[in-house]
Design a protein around this ligand. Structure first.
Ligand code: UD1
Ligand code: UDP
Length: 365
């Protein structure tokens, strides 16, 4: 039984690392197909190195482009590899264009698809990720839902219950497998901030950074948070956001309490997250990690597909209005930071691999 793991972006490398490690541990017949959606060293290679993952057997080097261009190239490339390798199952994780292309290419040639992190919904069809999530869930054979809530969502959309497995989110496995290493290996001083004395910010969502009013609102909100709380804001800048900062002339601003740095490696980022007083983000993975790490999160969006984080009190939606950003930070900082993570016990990776193995064994028997 052969498994293809299709990935292409930073969060997929991180969140599939527990699955890949499990395949390695069990010495399974599997290979990694990288679409090349992310390709800069600090968005790609650094994670393979740090997480000690085997190199991808194939890299399609698709790179950046419009949605159709990028997805179309990936579809053609993935299909070619799948026809050659003939895997029994393709695993994809999350909601990117890579995930859509991997799933669609596989299902159209009769290869089973397993979707890791199935059943998340923001109910905002303006997000490219929401379209990808819905399409991939509805063409998958095995849906690995991180929580009971995501399982219920899938059932509500008519997906048969026997296709759905609640596994927890592999983000927890990755945090558990790497946090201690990060604490030992990463020197906080080298990151230029002290424990608990800073806010951490990440922003990259298309609907935020490509919209100048929204992006400026976020930047203003971060500056105002610095003024209100007297705390520096450290902002590792995603390449999409970097391009937009440059375009709107906001890149070189100094002395406003917001410090722009390059995207961090995973261990440095985990250390920064775990020691931050608060996280401001529009990232999906960062909302989850903050929740797992017990760090309060202000989400710079109008909605989230990680509603569990709101329900346990770990996260609050602020949108992009500067006053709201500060208000929501004030609100969540004033509360106790005690909640139970809804994302499972850190064994999602092995559960997913187990399920795939037994399902395939059932099919072949
Ligand atoms: C993609 C995903 C998003 C995910 C994010 C994770 C889609 C539709 N979007 O968004 O869901 O949250 O990855 O980070 O799949 N760039 C580089 N180097 C790189 C990669 C990108 O410089 O290694 C720049 C390019 O200018 C590119 C831009 O970033 O045009 C956007 O990259 P793209 O992969 O299209 O989307 P992301 O914003 O990264
Ligand atoms: N991350 C990182 N360095 C950074 C910012 C984020 O290693 O500078 C990690 C973070 O720990 C999380 C993942 O990247 O696991 C989130 O990826 P991203 O925000 O790009 O995508 P999303 O989760 O929104 O799809």
């Amino acid at each position: 039984m052969r498994t293809a793991i299709v990935l292409g972006t930073r969060p997929e490398i991180i969140k599939l690392s527990p699955v890949i490690r499990e395949c390695e541990r069990l010495n399974l017949d599997y290979f990694i197909l990288h679409t090349g959606q992310h390709y800069s060293y600090n968005m790609d290679e650094v994670f393979f190195e740090q997480l000690e993952l085997p190199r991808a057997k194939y890299n399609l080097d698709v790179g950046s482009g419009s949605h159709a261009e990028q997805t179309g190239k990936m579809l053609m490339g993935v299909e070619k590899v799948l026809l050659k390798e003939e895997p029994d199952v393709v695993l994809v994780e999350g909601d990117t264009n890579t995930v859509l292309a991997g799933a669609l290419a596989a299902v159209k040639i009769g290869i089973k698809v397993g979707h890791v992190e199935a059943g998340l919904r923001s109910y905002d069809r303006g997000m490219p990720e929401e379209i990808n999530r819905v399409l991939v869930d509805h063409c998958s054979d095995y849906l690995f839902a991180p929580t009971e809530k995501s399982k219920e969502t899938l059932i509500g959309e008519g997906i048969p219950e026997d296709k759905i497995f609640v596994t927890g989110n592999t983000v927890v496995d990755a945090v558990f497998q790497n946090l201690e290493i990060a604490r030992k290996k990463v020197d906080g001083d080298s990151l230029g901030v002290g424990e608990g004395e800073y806010f951490l910010a990440t922003v990259h969502r298309q609907e935020n950074v490509e919209d100048e009013v929204r992006f400026r609102g976020i930047l203003k909100g971060l500056e105002m948070a610095h003024e209100e709380f007297g705390v520096q804001v450290l902002f590792p800048v995603h390449p999409r956001a970097r391009k937009r900062l440059r375009a709107i002339g906001a890149e070189g601003r100094r002395g406003n309490g917001v410090c722009f740095v390059e995207p961090c490696d995973y261990l440095s980022f985990l250390k920064l997250e775990s020691d931050a007083r608060l996280v401001f983000t529009d990232s999906g993975g960062v909302q989850e990690e903050a929740c797992v790490l017990g760090v309060p999160c202000v989400t710079l969006r109008d909605n989230t597909e990680r509603q569990e984080t709101l329900e346990v009190g770990a996260n609050v939606l602020a949108g992009t209005d500067p006053d709201q950003v500060v208000d929501k930070a004030r609100l969540i900082l004033a509360k106790e930071h005690i909640w139970e993570s809804p994302f499972g016990d850190g064994k999602a990776g092995s559960r997913i691999v187990d399920h795939v193995q037994s399902e395939l064994a059932g099919c072949i028997r």
